[in-house]
Design a protein around this ligand. Structure first.
Ligand SMILES: Nc1nc2c(ncn2[C@@H]2O[C@H](COP(=O)(O)OP(=O)(O)OP(=O)(O)O)[C@@H](O)[C@H]2O)c(=O)[nH]1
Ligand SMILES: [Mg+2]
Length: 313
């Protein structure tokens, strides 16, 4: 497969080429990996010019992430090209099924301007986040201007994903203690927006109480200082229109320079993470490591670590 041809086909908004390119980056074969890197380099050169919006939706299983995406996308202009990347929780457990999320997006299946791609939840070199990042770039190259990523709702990958998107949106319910769980996992430090969801099932006092509590937490965030952070409530099954959500999102993306600045910062942080990961892999696989540790066992762990590092320099 010629990479330049594939790149040109992507730019022609060819969906088949997009699927083919994603399959290429999913491949663990060395030859495919080389080709995928070549393609990604071509994409990176042009990615800044693309006025895309990258949005991740996170929240506990069953909070309504897929239904929410279905509702919001349905409310967008029919001409807008939208990609939805889902990581199906059932595939995390069973390692297989990709049907779960699609059944919650009945209005998007077969839609000519919507591209849905379930992601492999395991087995991808570099993990879910690296995979997601690459697929986002591919979708953008193929003319998809808004990219939704539905996170799996459990584990570390959902926190990592915030670096790969512009808007990290948390769905939560009016009556659960899941904000405490989220706080523990650091999610509330990273989110830009919170939607108190399934409001049709709860009474207004409860919704108000939960919203006020989360608003306070959002305002106190020190890590995330985006000026357009927001909190709102919504029902994906009974709200007549998702326009209030769409307006908040549009507003969030209004300062393009800020979005691009944040992307650069995130990219630098992704690079640092990767560097640490590779460095650690290299260190752990060093043939002398075991012997060196043994030789310095009489030292306390801090001194021992320093001596081992000094010896490996
Ligand atoms: N009453 C009510 N039910 C909703 C709403 N949104 C989603 N649901 C229902 O909640 C259930 C779970 O919805 P999903 O969209 O699959 O939730 P999810 O967060 O994507 O779930 P996972 O992908 O399994 O993590 C389904 O039965 C939906 O019909 C809502 O706003 N109100
Ligand atoms: Mg889902």
């Amino acid at each position: 497969m010629d990479i330049h041809e594939l790149y040109q086909a992507l730019k022609q908004k060819d969906r088949y080429a997009l699927s083919k390119a994603i399959t290429l980056i999913e491949s663990n074969k060395t030859d495919d990996q080389t080709k995928a890197s070549e393609l990604l380099n071509l994409l990176l050169e042009s990615s800044e010019k693309i006025q895309s919006k990258r949005i991740a939706i996170t929240g506990i299983p069953g909070v309504g992430k897929s239904t929410f995406i279905n509702s919001v996308v349905k409310g967008l202009s029919k001409d807008e090209r939208i990609a939805v990347l889902t990581i199906d929780p059932s595939s995390v457990i069973s390692g297989g099924s990709i049907l779960g999320d699609k059944t919650r997006m009945p209005d998007l299946i077969g839609h000519p301007n919507v591209f849905i791609r379930p992601s492999p939840s395991k087995g991808f070199l570099g993990g879910i986040a690296a995979y997601t990042y690459r697929v986002i770039l591919l979708c953008e190259a193929a003319g998809f201007k808004t990219i939704f990523v539905e996170t799996v709702g459990v584990g570390q990958s959902e926190i990592e994903v915030y670096k790969y998107v512009d808007l990290f949106l948390l769905l939560t319910l009016p009556r659960t203690g899941d904000e405490l769980q989220s706080l523990k996992k650091g999610i509330l430090e990273q989110v830009h927006g919170i939607v108190v969801h399934k409001t049709d099932l709860f009474d207004p006092t409860e919704i108000h109480k939960k919203t006020a509590l989360l608003k306070e937490i959002l305002e106190e965030q020190t890590y995330n200082t985006h000026p357009k952070k927001f909190i709102t409530d919504f029902s994906s099954t009974s709200s007549k229109s998702p326009q209030k959500i769409i307006k908040l999102c549009t507003d969030f993306f209004s300062d393009r320079a800020l979005i691009l600045k944040k992307r650069k910062q995130n990219e630098a942080s992704i690079f640092q993470d990767q560097l640490k990961k590779l460095w650690l892999d290299q260190l752990q696989n060093h043939p002398d490591l075991k012997a060196l540790i043994k030789a310095h066992l009489h030292n306390d762990p801090f001194v021992r670590a320093q001596k081992v590092i000094n010896a490996l320099k």
